[in-house]
Design a binder for this molecule. Structure first.
Ligand SMILES: Cc1cc2nc3c(=O)[nH]c(=O)nc-3n(C[C@H](O)[C@H](O)[C@H](O)COP(=O)(O)OP(=O)(O)OC[C@H]3O[C@@H](n4cnc5c(N)ncnc54)[C@H](O)[C@@H]3O)c2cc1C
Ligand code: FES
Length: 286
């Protein structure tokens, strides 16, 4: 159990001190993805902006970066994170039972700048677990629907069973003026939707380049192909944002582990304009 001194330090925003939280609910999204609801044991970490991430510590296993996937309107101290089990720490978080303790540091990094899209058309493209950091964008934009022109969401996944937030998306699709499309790489029996990469519905969209902002999150090749599709449509690189979610250690701009060219991605990212990110994405992860 953390001492009172550490709890105070976490509450005061000391970036390397985890605040004690507990898992209060788990929602299984797919076979290997779960959304955790975390509530503070004492003081909560500061409010988050859509696209920011926290460092989640699974006690005795390790710490990883996970984006906040919750509704930005709910800043009551509870957090939602959507985790895909890929290795030791993410598996430990995925498998942890309700009631288990989790250490939380953050929020860290840059955010999807929803304000910059006000009065414009907003195109959101998500691949796989990339839907998690974009969920706050969709919820935030729907909450202020009148502030935007067209709202387009294109989500892709490997199979129909890998599509995240499927139940909610039915609700979102019914929401006023959200154009939502889903596509999968490999169909399964009963799937009647499109098959193929997210670039295909994106390429078919008739967009007004001068008034379109695009937010992309998913595997880097997916973001690169989507950005190229948007550039070919005449959308400026400055109006395209991507999330560069490379490996991180401290999350707080201290260790240099996330350096990419002139940037520290935990501080200057993960959300970056494609005008800057485009060239940097040519560098493979070490
Ligand atoms: C800013 C940021 C936000 C993130 N948000 C989320 C999120 O919302 N949900 C989620 O499930 N994951 C998210 N990730 C990815 C998550 O941090 C990694 O999956 C995690 O670090 C893997 O740790 P591990 O110990 O479980 O696996 P490891 O044993 O470290 O790795 C297992 C496998 O995962 C791959 N991997 C490791 N780190 C990453 C990474 N950063 N991105 C992609 N693959 C990685 C490794 O190459 C390896 O193939 C985010 C990463 C960053 C940097
Ligand atoms: S992860 Fe340590 S400086 Fe970015």
């Amino acid at each position: 159990m953390l001492s009172e001194h550490l709890v105070d330090a976490a509450a005061a925003g000391a970036p390397m001190v985890p605040a004690p939280y507990r898992i209060t609910a788990k929602e299984h999204q797919t076979a290997d993805v779960v959304t955790l609801r975390l509530e503070p044991v004492s003081a909560a970490v500061p409010p988050f902006r859509p696209g920011q991430f926290m460092m989640l510590y699974a006690f005795g296993v390790g710490e990883i970066a996970i984006s906040v996937s919750g509704d930005p309107a709910n800043q009551d101290g509870a957090l939602e994170h959507t985790v895909r089990a890929v290795g030791a720490v993410s598996r430990a978080l995925h498998d942890a039972p309700v009631g288990a303790p989790v250490g939380v540091r953050g929020p860290f990094g840059t955010s999807w700048d929803l304000e910059s899209a006000v009065g414009r058309d907003l195109v959101v493209v998500a691949g796989g677990v990339g839907m998690a950091p974009l969920r706050p964008v969709v919820l935030g934009a729907l909450a202020g629907r009148e502030r935007y022109g067209r709202l387009v969401l294109i989500a892709g996944a490997r199979t129909p069973g890998d599509l995240l937030f499927s139940d909610e998306r039915r609700m979102w699709s019914g929401a006023r003026g959200l154009e939502a499309e889903r596509t999968v790489d490999r169909p399964a029996p009963g799937w009647r939707g499109p098959v193929g990469f997210v670039t295909e519905p994106l390429a078919r969209l008739a967009l007004e380049p001068a008034r379109t902002t695009a937010f992309l999150c998913g595997p880097e090749p997916m973001m690169r192909f989507c950005a190229q599709t948007l550039l070919r449509k005449g959308i400026a690189a400055a109006d395209i944002r991507v999330s560069l979610e490379r490996n991180m250690k401290c999350g707080a701009g201290l260790c240099g582990h996330c350096q990419l060219g002139p940037l520290l991605l935990c501080r200057d990212g993960p959300v970056i304009g494609y005008a800057v990110a485009g060239d940097l994405m040519k560098t493979k992860e070490l």
